[in-house]
Design a protein around this ligand. Structure first.
Ligand SMILES: NC(=O)C1=CN([C@@H]2O[C@H](COP(=O)(O)OP(=O)(O)OC[C@H]3O[C@@H](n4cnc5c(N)ncnc54)[C@H](OP(=O)(O)O)[C@@H]3O)[C@@H](O)[C@H]2O)C=CC1
Ligand SMILES: O=C(O)C1=N[C@H](C(=O)O)C[C@H](O)C1
Length: 272
């Protein structure tokens, strides 16, 4: 058991942090060796199993990421942009694999991750589920097959605690549609319509976000033309799909060359 890869989970008390720790604890392919929360959090120093309301598992929550990362093979990080950028530097110093699920990262944040990936393996995706990653490939194919008579709209729905929009998944799907069409997403994207917006521009890729209740994550890519609509849809009903993907990514990353990877690499869905 002790020679299994050691995994650290950051943002331990979060919705995904708890799901990730349970997934690692239940796995026979990895072991949980650490959990990180920010300084002053009331979980610091507590056993993670007890903090989650169960029995002790022998892993205490720490507020010292550098010390914990130094003992890890991989760090799984679903937190917030500022934390993820800081953890990328520390993970690279520790030469551990950094699996990043955090969304809402800015261009400047992404540049810092790129710098960290010169020394470490980073696997990052706005959605770690098999289903969504497959959907990006389908979206790209459908977008490539249709012309601009088909208006592309990405519609996402999430729980009322989500802080970023559009979701990371919506942006992945929008990027896939733009790639399929051979256009720049930055130039084509249409976000946040409100008021007298004018008519929809031909060729634009629109984004809409719904927030409510406990919705785990739902994404539609709509191709709307005169007389018909095609809708590609993914519905996540359990955060376990993201956690399973993240653990798979952590194990896949072990022994890889430093660089930035995504779930298409992990799942073998990249095109030749
Ligand atoms: N890629 C994927 O497949 C998925 C990605 N996500 C993304 O994962 C992220 C987390 O989601 P979720 O678990 O729902 O969010 P939560 O708010 O439930 O959890 C976030 C955790 O990160 C911690 N955190 C936030 N900022 C910092 C900081 N600066 N330093 C240290 N810790 C920090 C929070 O601590 P505190 O409470 O003290 O702020 C909390 O424990 C989001 O970006 C979300 O979009 C979610 C699901 C799937
Ligand atoms: O915040 C969430 O909950 C989710 N975030 C990711 C995103 O931004 O797409 C993935 C999933 O949809 C859940």
């Amino acid at each position: 058991m002790t020679d299994l890869p050691g995994i650290v989970v950051t943002g331990a008390s979060g919705r995904m942090g708890q799901m990730l720790m349970r997934t690692v604890l239940e796995s026979n392919r990895a072991r949980l060796i650490g959990a990180v929360e920010r300084q002053g959090h009331d979980w610091i120093g507590r056993d993670v199993g007890e903090a989650m309301g169960g029995g002790a598992v022998g892993v205490k929550v720490s507020d010292d990421p550098l010390e914990v990362f130094a003992r890890a093979h991989a760090v799984i990080d679903f937190t917030a942009p500022a934390a993820t950028v800081e953890f990328a530097t520390l993970t690279a110093q520790a030469r551990a694999v950094h699996v990043i699920g955090t969304t809402g990262l800015s261009g400047a944040d992404l540049a810092k991750l790129k710098a960290a990936a010169r020394h470490a393996v980073i696997v990052r995706a706005g959605n770690m589920s098999l289903g969504v990653n497959l959907l990006t490939q389908l979206t790209k194919k459908v977008a490539a097959a249709l012309d601009e008579d088909y208006d592309i709209e990405v519609i996402e729905a999430h729980h009322n605690q989500k802080v970023d929009a559009p979701s990371g998944t919506a942006l992945m799907l929008g990027q896939a549609a733009a790639d399929g069409r051979g256009v720049s997403l930055d130039a084509a994207s249409d976000r946040g319509r409100d008021g007298i917006t004018g008519k929809r521009e031909r060729g634009h890729i629109g984004f809409s976000a719904i927030r409510g209740g406990d919705i785990v994550g739902e994404h539609d890519v709509m191709f709307a033309a005169a007389g018909e609509r095609i809708i590609l849809r993914h519905i996540a009903t359990d955060r376990a799909v993201f956690a399973r993907g993240a653990l798979k990514a952590a194990l896949w990353g072990l022994g890889r060359k430093p660089g930035e990877y995504d779930m298409l690499d992990v799942l073998g869905l990249t095109e030749n």
